[in-house]
Design a protein around this ligand. Structure first.
Ligand code: ATP
Ligand code: MG
Length: 487
């Protein structure tokens, strides 16, 4: 059980959470939802105590353990299975003690405790979690250092799941999982024996894995029982009721006011008018439903059209090490106006293909023809490294339009969906969704003829995902030679 009471939190002078309260009964599986930049990740930092609240409290039962995925999964030489097993601190300590203990009573105690915490089945449990997240038996025994960052995040996730904290905090875990891993995690969360709060923008996950939604909106937290669809319905109904109440309230106020205006000067009715003034005061007003506008995406039209085929590949091979191609015998042709979805299970080389087409990887073999003058825009999550962490969105954009006046630069940043108060925030401090918006804006900056998007919806909130779909559909066919390749 976790109880948040009267919580206020501020970051860089901005109040993100104001006098918010919510209680989650033990065992709740809650989806924490809200717009990009609303403060969801910040709320996690307050819950773990990493960030102190300005007011209010977060209370948990005594000795409750909170677990969250480490930012950086270790890149050590240890085998994955060992890393995961070590996440259960108590078991690790007991086993270490058992090896050196000499007192027979203590040894007996240790063995009893080990049995109680299911230590003997620990390895099987750790292995089954790793397998669920995509590591086969052989991979589980390889050192962490041999895996890429994305795969190491999965190891970190496996470790926290294995340690089975009383309160499990997950911040958009599906961003580094493939479909199979996501489905496995959904099932795992559903059956998790303790409380879970999961930040997610994934409607499917929110409809299958959780039994409550906590909505962070207008700096407040609201608890809804049920799945995401049920939340949306309840929210829509509540908004409608509020709108009706507001209309009714306004009509009643208007009626009273007109009576007052008509009769306040008349001696015979002055008392009645006076009592209506009081009634009006007592009545109060009903707050309006605040619909936050979500900024759309805009993909500028390319200046010059390029004749088809814009990309033609014969017998192409590409990889990261000479002689070890990831993809080979590639034969394909991309025309102006193609809209291509690239599908394939994890590790099949989709991102490699995207990097190849965008010119970030050179062909090892084959004939690759790119139409002259073709401008390519490339967006990928893993490209977060392309941002200069200490520079703001304004600084990133200014570099691309050095001679433009400041107002132009800022209006370009605003078009990307970053509000005034976030324009000067260093990239490293932007929220996940804000960073994605900035990267997307930079990818489309030069009005590319071919736009390659590698998992563009990761990090975007649900309304922004819809806005992205609308913008992609609005890219004109024929009249310009914009291309969209979604991966
Ligand atoms: N150190 C910081 N300095 C300035 N602003 C910050 C800092 N850290 C966070 N912010 C801002 O606080 C706001 C909330 O960030 P947070 O990461 O909590 O959002 P979020 O709800 O998790 O969003 P997303 O869905 O995009 O992940 C954002 O607008 C972000 O830019
Ligand atoms: Mg976040």
């Amino acid at each position: 059980m976790i109880q948040i009471a009267g919580l206020s939190a501020r970051i860089a002078g901005r109040l993100l959470i104001e006098n918010a309260s919510v209680t989650l009964p033990a065992g709740t599986k809650a989806g924490l939802v809200g717009r990009n930049g609303a403060g969801k990740s910040t709320l996690f930092r307050v819950i773990t105590g990493e960030l102190s609240a300005e007011a209010g409290s977060v209370s948990l039962p005594k000795n409750a353990r909170i677990g969250q995925v480490a930012q950086e999964a270790p890149g050590t030489e240890e085998p994955l299975i060992e890393i995961v097993l070590k996440a259960d601190k108590e078991r690790t300590a007991l086993i270490a003690e058992a090896e050196t203990a000499t007192d027979p009573h203590r040894i007996a105690d240790i063995q009893t405790r080990l049995a109680d915490i299911g230590a003997h089945s620990a390895e099987a449990r750790a292995a089954s979690i790793l397998a669920g997240l995509g590591f086969d038996h052989e991979a589980q025994r390889r050192p962490a250092s041999s895996f890429s960052g994305g795969w190491r995040m999965r190891v970190a996730l496996a470790a926290v799941l294995f340690s089975e904290p009383d309160l499990l905090l997950l911040d958009e875990p599906t961003n580094y999982l493939d479909l199979e891993g996501t489905l496995w995690l959904e099932d795992y969360i559903r059956r998790y024996p303790h409380t879970v709060i999961i930040i997610s923008h994934d409607r499917d996950l929110l409809n299958t894995a959780v039994n409550a939604i906590v909505h962070l909106d207008q700096k407040k937290l609201t608890f809804y029982r049920g799945s995401y669809d049920q939340f949306e319905r309840q929210k829509a109904e509540a908004d409608e009721l509020q709108m009706k109440a507001k209309a009714k309230n306004e009509a009643a106020r208007k009626h009273l006011q007109s009576f007052i205006d008509r009769f306040k000067a008349k001696a015979s009715k002055a008392r009645q008018a006076q009592s209506r003034v009081k009634a009006l005061e007592r009545m109060g007003t009903v707050a309006a439903v605040i619909e936050e506008h979500v900024q759309g995406f805009s993909f500028p039209d390319p200046e010059k059209q390029v004749a088809s085929p814009i990309v033609a590949i014969q017998g192409g091979a590409v990889g990261y090490e000479p002689g070890k191609p990831i993809l080979k015998r590639l034969n394909l042709r991309i025309d102006a106006d193609d809209r291509i979805a690239l599908l394939g299970s994890n590790g099949n080389g989709k991102s490699t293909f995207a990097k190849f087409i965008s010119g970030r990887l050179q062909a090892e073999a084959g004939d690759v023809r790119i139409a002259p003058g073709l401008k390519i825009g490339f967006f990928a999550q893993h490209q977060l490294d392309d941002l200069v962490p200490t520079q703001s969105a304004v600084e990133h954009v200014r570099r691309r339009m050095a001679d433009a006046p400041e107002a132009k630069v800022r209006s370009r940043v605003a078009q990307m969906g970053l509000a005034t108060e976030k324009m000067d925030t260093a990239a490293k401090d932007l929220s996940g969704g804000e960073k994605a918006r900035l990267l997307m804006g930079l990818a489309a900056f030069d009005a590319p003829n071919l736009l390659i998007l590698d998992e563009p919806t990761n990090h975007l909130d649900i309304d922004s995902r819809n806005a992205l779909i609308t913008a992609l559909n609005a890219i004109p066919v024929q009249s310009s030679s914009s291309r969209t390749t979604g991966i």
